[in-house]
Structure formats: structure tokens, C-alpha cells
Write a protein that binds this ligand. Structure first.
Ligand SMILES: Cc1cc2nc3c(=O)[nH]c(=O)nc-3n(C[C@H](O)[C@H](O)[C@H](O)COP(=O)(O)O)c2cc1C
Length: 173
């Protein structure tokens, strides 16, 4: 008797490629996650940021374990999340290691202020969250940092949007 393979086994496209393509069509905000303390000052562009709960105020970010930020944030026990404004696309590229000009990961590309935890936040960001690290979870290539939000601030700046490997700005329908 002949048995048929399940649909997903007949599909020659690798599951990973499908995943990457599908995620590319998910619009996200863009943040810069930064830490400072005994383990040093580091920052990285992160789109994988999500609210966890308002009770207690908490969020999570997913950072590649090879990034110096992943290690330093865990050791410093604090991090700040700056939600980039549309005018800050160049800051995203600097902290993704691919600046159009200048040095990658150069804190001098923008203005910062130190939050209560000691973590740096970007001046002019659309929103800022000051976090104490509450938990870490390793999954695949990434480290999930769960932060208890000790303070938040919002501005009138419009948030930068990332979609299909490009930047955009939000527009009401
Ligand atoms: C818009 C954007 C969003 C990104 N989001 C994430 C993310 O959520 N997590 C992550 O680990 N890396 C993310 N990255 C990639 C890192 O910023 C980048 O790979 C990292 O800085 C290391 O780059 P390098 O090793 O080439 O210097 C993102 C990059 C860009 C441009």
C-alpha cells in the first residue's frame, strides 16, 4: 500500500527560509537596547521587543547571544530600551553595525542621558523604558532578557517602523 507524505514534507523550501521571509513581512518598531555598569557600556539595535505585562510593568527583548550586549546586560543587571523616532534611522544602522558613515556602535552618533539604573537612553526617542533584569532565558541563538520596568517615558516623536528590510514612518489609514 502506498502512503502519502504529509504536505510539509513535499514542500522543498526549507522551513527556515520560509520563516525568515514571513518575518520580513511583519512590521515592527525599532529600539536600541543599552546597558552600562561593571561589565561595560554596550548598545544594539533590536526589533524583537515586546510588552510582557502591565502588572507588573515588564517587557522582553531578544538578543543574539554572540552580541556583547547579551553578556553585559546579564552581568550589569540593568538595561534601557529606547524606541527610535523616525529621525533616528541612522542610529539604528550604527547600532546594527552597519553605519552609512562613521564607526559602528559609536555612542557619539547621538545624545544620551543616564537613567536611574545607570543604563543610557537616547535623547529624542519616541519612548524610553528603564529596566532591571528579572530573568534570562536562552533559546536557540538568542537570549531573552525579561526586564522589570522601573520607569517609562513617552514623547511626541513618531516611532520608526521596520518592514521588508527597510525603514518607514507610521501613517494613519
Ligand atoms: C532593524 C533591525 C532590527 C534588528 N533586530 C535585532 C533583534 O531583535 N535582535 C538581535 O539580536 N539583533 C537584531 N538586529 C541585528 C543586530 O543589531 C546586529 O546583528 C548586531 O548589532 C551585530 O551585527 P554585527 O555582528 O554585524 O556587527 C537588528 C538589526 C536591524 C537593522
Amino acid at each position: 500500500m502506498m502512503t502519502l507524505a504529509p504536505d510539509h514534507m513535499l514542500d522543498p523550501r526549507p522551513i527556515r527560509a520560509d520563516f525568515v521571509a514571513a518575518m520580513g513581512n511583519a512590521a515592527t518598531g525599532v529600539t536600541v537596547v543599552a546597558t552600562d555598569g561593571p561589565a561595560g557600556r554596550f548598545a544594539q539595535t533590536v526589533s524583537a521587543m515586546s510588552s510582557v505585562s502591565a502588572d507588573p510593568p515588564s517587557l522582553l527583548v531578544c538578543v543574539n547571544r554572540r552580541s556583547p550586549l547579551a553578556d553585559a546586560a546579564a552581568r550589569n543587571g540593568v538595561f534601557a530600551v529606547s524606541v527610535l523616532a523616525v529621525e533616528q534611522a541612522h542610529v539604528s544602522d550604527v547600532f546594527a553595525g552597519r553605519p552609512a558613515g562613521g564607526e559602528p556602535y559609536d555612542f557619539g552618533c547621538a545624545h544620551w542621558r543616564e537613567l536611574a539604573t545607570g543604563a543610557p537612553a537616547l535623547t529624542g526617542a519616541a519612548a524610553v523604558f528603564d529596566c532591571r533584569l528579572d530573568a534570562c532565558h536562552e533559546y536557540g541563538t538568542h537570549r531573552i532578557l525579561l526586564g522589570e520596568v522601573l520607569a517609562s517615558a513617552v514623547t511626541a516623536a513618531r516611532p520608526l517602523v521596520h518592514h521588508a528590510r527597510g525603514y518607514g514612518s507610521p501613517r494613519p489609514l
